[in-house]
Write a protein that binds this ligand. Structure first.
Ligand SMILES: Cc1cc2nc3c(=O)[nH]c(=O)nc-3n(C[C@H](O)[C@H](O)[C@H](O)COP(=O)(O)OP(=O)(O)OC[C@H]3O[C@@H](n4cnc5c(N)ncnc54)[C@H](O)[C@@H]3O)c2cc1C
Length: 387
């Protein structure tokens, strides 16, 4: 994918962000989610979350031409996050929630559903987490049982972005074995309709505006066409989805941090105390130099990881480094920005207060910072020939 295409995507996302930020202010969460999705879809951005083959935007330079471009996702998420966490989440969930279907679904289901996801008409969600299974997916207890030639699914998913808003849920359920068995060979990915009988949702609030909640499944019946990939191969499907999207979480983190840095620069240049602008205090000026340098390092890690993913590499180390460093650094940068604003920095609704809350969850979802350290340290030791 050429640098010009990526620049054009950044510019398109910036335009949506600039227009969307004031429009979303003051809306309640569901209205904001609906409006945000409409904005990113009308601008054609959601098309980049679905492979070209299934109604998405045409991509070039990927290892597989039927894939989603990680570089494109990163190019879009940074500028969207700069303006609005809601624009960012509503864009990316279309991809995260539908990628397992794009990768492993039946021809008929892909043809029917994915073009609608690409146009933003069908909202997607991705269901891994459960009350008892977070970082350790081998603890998944949601069961899919074979009954009369169909699958009957019962269980409880939690922290599911787009719960109650989605029309398509891709989710991981246990088709054999017991929670705690590691999940290899015993979990299967399914695609469920949002209006399936037996599927209910319960919303809750998190620190930043984000449609999220529980998905309660009680004897939801589906046929074999809802199975994504091999029965028992669900963990690989889920991990491949995370592998493609995780780098874009880092890109979003950098978008929030870039905005916080710009806000700090503005504030420190325009506010005077003790007879001079705050920026003339070396301690504060050095702060922005530190924020800028760390942010640039994070952006380069994202660049390295996204290129490797688009070349078709597993890029486990690159992706883990980018996610770990960018999300942790973004919290640092947003926190410094709050400090630069003084009391105003903690007033509810102030831009830096909002960024500080927006960025926090990114160190937790799609693999916590500790999980990234586990992945990276294991890879390092195994290359070193150690444990
Ligand atoms: C805003 C938001 C949106 C989300 N959206 C989705 C979604 O759409 N779909 C979905 O399926 N899930 C989603 N999640 C859930 C998210 O993926 C989980 O919260 C995450 O995987 C962590 O799981 P947990 O909360 O159960 O924490 P736990 O796994 O219980 O971990 C608790 C703490 O222990 C640490 N820890 C765990 N194991 C180890 C270890 N071996 N070594 C060192 N430290 C360890 C963790 O890093 C963490 O700090 C979302 C979460 C948030 C906050």
């Amino acid at each position: 994918m050429s640098a010009q295409v990526l620049d054009a995507l950044r510019e398109a996302a910036r335009a949506v962000g600039r227009a969307g930020e004031p429009q979303l202010a003051g809306l309640d969460e569901t209205a904001a989610a609906t409006r945000a999705l409409a904005l990113v879809a009308q601008a054609g951005l959601t098309a980049w979350t679905v492979p070209a083959k299934w109604g998405g935007a045409p991509t070039r330079g990927l290892a597989a031409d039927d894939d989603v471009s990680c570089r494109a996702l990163c190019a879009l998420r940074g500028p969207l996050a700069y303006h609005s966490a809601m624009l960012d989440v509503m864009l990316v969930m279309q991809g995260l929630g539908s990628y397992s279907l794009a990768r492993s679904g039946s021809e008929a289901a892909r043809r029917e559903l994915l073009p609608r996801v690409a146009r933003g008409e069908l909202v997607a969600a991705f269901g891994l987490t459960e009350p008892g299974a977070g970082s350790d997916l081998g603890l998944i207890a949601t069961r899919a049982e074979r009954v009369g030639g169909r699958w009957r699914i019962s269980g409880h998913k939690t922290f599911i972005s787009n719960a109650g808003v989605a029309g398509l849920y891709t989710l991981l359920a246990r088709t054999c074995g017991e929670p705690g068995d590691g999940g290899k060979g015993s979990l299967t990915m399914f695609a469920l309709r949002g209006d399936a009988a037996g599927l209910a949702t319960r919303r809750f609030e998190v620190t930043s505006p984000h449609p999220i909640g529980d998905v309660l499944l009680e004897r939801v019946e589906v046929g074999d066409e809802s199975v994504l990939g091999e029965v028992g191969g669900g963990l690989d499907v889920a991990l491949a989805t995370l592998g493609r999207f995780r780098t874009s979480v880092a890109a979003a983190a950098n978008g929030f941090a870039r905005r916080a840095l710009d806000e700090s620069l503005r504030r420190l240049s325009t506010r005077a105390q003790f007879g001079k602008p705050l920026a003339l205090n070396q301690g504060l000026a050095f702060d922005v130099a530190e924020m800028d340098t760390r942010l640039r390092a994070a952006e380069l890690l994202v660049h390295e990881a996204a290129e490797a993913v688009d070349r078709g590499e597993r890029a486990i180390e690159e992706v883990a480094r980018a996610k770990l460093f960018s999300t942790e650094n973004a919290s640092y940068v947003c926190d410094r920005a709050v400090q630069h604003f003084g009391g105003q920095g903690v007033v509810r609704g102030n831009i830096v207060e909002q960024l500080w809350r927006d960025v926090r969850a990114l160190r937790i979802y799609e693999g916590t910072s500790e999980v990234q350290k586990l992945i990276l340290s294991r890879a390092l030791f195994s290359r070193h020939g150690g444990s």
